[in-house]
Design a protein around this ligand. Sequence first.
Ligand code: FNR
Length: 186
Amino acid sequence: MDKIFDVAVIIGSLRKDSINRKAANALAELAPAALKLSIVEIGHLPIYNQDVDENPPAAWAQFRARISIADAILFVTPEHNRSVPAALKNAIDIGSRPYGHSAWSGKPGAVVSASPGGIGGFGANHHLRQSLVFLNIPAMAQPEAYLGGADKLFDAQGKLVNDGTRKFLQDFMQAFGAWVAANRRA
Ligand code: FNR
């Protein structure tokens, strides 16, 4: 049987009705069979403090362990003040420590950003990509995914309302499947 890749999905929004959570759910439905997406929650993680890492909170340890066993990482995030939301940056920092033991290193990744605004979270998407370089997460370059006007993309049940976006996200996930297969750790 072909390998199934475990993709940890990190959502940059903590909001109950988050557009980005709807987008993450849509991506999970549209993913090729070789990718099994599961959302890894970040809202409960205490803010990172290196002093506390001498005796880390259970939530940090569990998060690091979960990321460590993932084959790949998919980030789906809003933009906060043209950058990455604090909760997402906190999760990234927690996963990156202790020094020399980053849970992220070498796992292929991709970034999707969604916003009601016209530029679709471009600033957050690219600030995040800057961190991914340092984390040694090879991030898929193309296709890029900036979902603008994203408050109009889902119905009350969180389902995509137009075929064009569905096709775009399906193609995105196909490309990500190929990216993960080509860049997975030996
Ligand atoms: C925002 N929002 C926002 N949108 C954007 O396109 N660019 C931005 O820089 C910001 N900045 C920003 C800062 C803060 C603190 C908040 C709370 C919001 C609006 C944002 O895109 C909107 O709230 C989305 O609905 C957030 O995504 P979720 O939570 O629906 O996934």
